[in-house]
Design a binder for this molecule. Structure first.
Ligand code: NI
Ligand code: MN
Length: 226
């Protein structure tokens, strides 16, 4: 699996020959100004919830790539009204089987409304499994007991978790989340983009290391193989 970070909570993942893109928010992120959204390829775009810092570039990239867009029913309905017809609506408890693997939509504890005020349904996360491995993309969320269910669905090789605090989990709770999902490797996301979520990188990485886990705070534009 190859993970490319596009800033904030936006990740591209290459898995089992497919390109998955999560929560496209790039043009509005000053830290990601080097990234050209028109150069991004995707077979699937997975959307965790409706907030602008997760969907701002969704419509543009969906139209550019004709990727299959997946997420909450209400967000797919909204995307349809913006002219994106290749959508796959989901809700909690649901899993979709593809010939390359499975995508499961799982709960998150957060809120969800689209930038124009449209109700976004419930916020969620995804468990993606394939022969290449499995990962958990939690989306914006608090720490929650439901995360203990994740290891029943897959052996998680890497978890993509928010660590920026204030709007989501911070570093301390993200470590507990990593324990709940039984995963030793975490990509931290949702940090530094705005003033509210600036974190001390060294302290965060050290906090995980002391607990025997690895926190990676990825550099924007860089690709990491797992
Ligand atoms: Ni959010
Ligand atoms: Mn967010």
């Amino acid at each position: 699996m190859q993970f490319t970070f596009y800033g904030h909570a936006c990740f591209a993942v290459q898995i089992a020959g497919k390109k998955l893109l999560f929560d496209p928010f790039i043009t509005g992120n000053p830290l990601a100004k080097e990234i050209d959204i028109n150069a991004i390829e995707a077979d699937y775009i997975l959307v965790s919830h409706g907030h602008g810092d997760h969907v701002a570039d969704l419509i543009q990239i969906a139209k550019n790539t004709d990727a299959l867009v997946m997420g909450a029913y209400e967000i797919m309905d909204w995307a349809g009204k913006q002219g994106v017809s290749n959508v796959h609506p989901m809700n909690f408890g649901g899993k979709v089987r593809f010939d390359w693997g499975t995508v499961r939509f799982v709960p998150a504890t957060h809120s969800s409304v689209l930038p124009d005020g449209t109700y976004g349904g419930n916020p969620g996360g995804f468990v993606v499994s394939s022969v290449d491995g499995s990962f958990y993309y939690s989306g914006d969320t608090a720490l929650m007991m439901d995360m203990q269910l994740i290891p029943r669905y897959a052996n998680i090789d890497v978890a993509i978790l928010p660590v920026g605090d204030n709007f989501t989990m911070g570093v301390e709770d993200a470590l507990v989340a990593a324990e709940f999902v039984q995963c030793s490797k975490v990509f931290g996301v949702h940090f530094d983009t705005f003033g509210y979520i600036k974190i001390n990188h060294e302290e965060a990485i050290d906090y995980f290391k002391k607990a025997g886990k690895t926190l990676i705070l990825p550099e924007i534009g860089k690709t990491i193989s797992i």
